[in-house]
Design a binder for this molecule. Sequence first.
Ligand code: SF4
Ligand code: SF4
Length: 319
Amino acid sequence: MAPLPKAEASTVRAIYGAYEAQNKPRDGRSISVSTLAEECERKLFYDFRWVSENETPQGRTLRIFESGNIEEDRWVENLRMIGCEVVDRDENGRQIMVEACDGHVRGYLDSEILGLPEAPKTIHVGEMKSHNLKSFTSLLKDGVRIAKPLHYGQLQTYMYRRGRSRGIYLAVCKDDDRLYAERMELDTEYVLRLLARADRIIKSNDPPSKLHEDPEAKMAFACQWCRHRPVCHHNAWSRANCRTCLFASPEGGGSWSCARFHKPLSIDEQQAGCPAHLFLPGLVPGEQIDSDEESETVTYKLANGEIWIDGANDKTVAA
Ligand code: SF4
Ligand code: SF4
């Protein structure tokens, strides 16, 4: 008989529980710069439109995130130890924010660094990441662009939006504390392509194509871990909120408006939605067969053959 697994100690369980209790999963206001280079455009659309429930990471995972933040502080100290000037906060003491695509793309860079031994007079945007042994080994072998394309897109976008021509990717291996640094030049064309793609996703009312049609296929690794898989592949319903409503539109400065009630929408309002909500047709698991502007209804033949009328039971009141 295989040995029975050891029960987790009560102390450990309590600590993980405390992390989980403190964590408040929330919808992202914008597309994060850290996900801009995501391979699946549909995933970015679903994220931006608050289609799926937020994930509730386990305590151990939350502690891993915290370790990453602690490691960033250590990098800053290490860089100062060798005489670099490191700026990791803005004039108000907050993380340095960058925005793009009219405020619908947003991110916070780790640092700007002056005095690196390789190029002492050039300010570099610095991005700091922790890796497990497997990830670190592939980083050493292939470099950031190939081994960590999301991180590459993130650092390139920060460089572009900060007007810096150089960046440095700083990595640590969590298993043995080896350090790695890779300098890079700004690739403006690459960033412009990334931002044009994000802009298209932001302005679209329809989900882009799936990265994989068959989530069980050997190559469909991304789908196996994707939180949108139920909506994307298994006809699950999206959440009802303003971002999934056909009356909502992204506006300038990262804001949103409602064409039904002719008003801007705060984040709280967007999350709440209202009884006049009508799903974006591309999010309904079926085919649109009719619509009636006067009664504000849209009729669908669902994937299971049923006829469903969106808006039929609404009590449309002022939102
Ligand atoms: S399940 Fe796959 S195809 Fe669908 S959004 Fe996720 S990664 Fe993209
Ligand atoms: S307020 Fe109501 S009608 Fe307007 S976008 Fe939100 S859910 Fe749709």
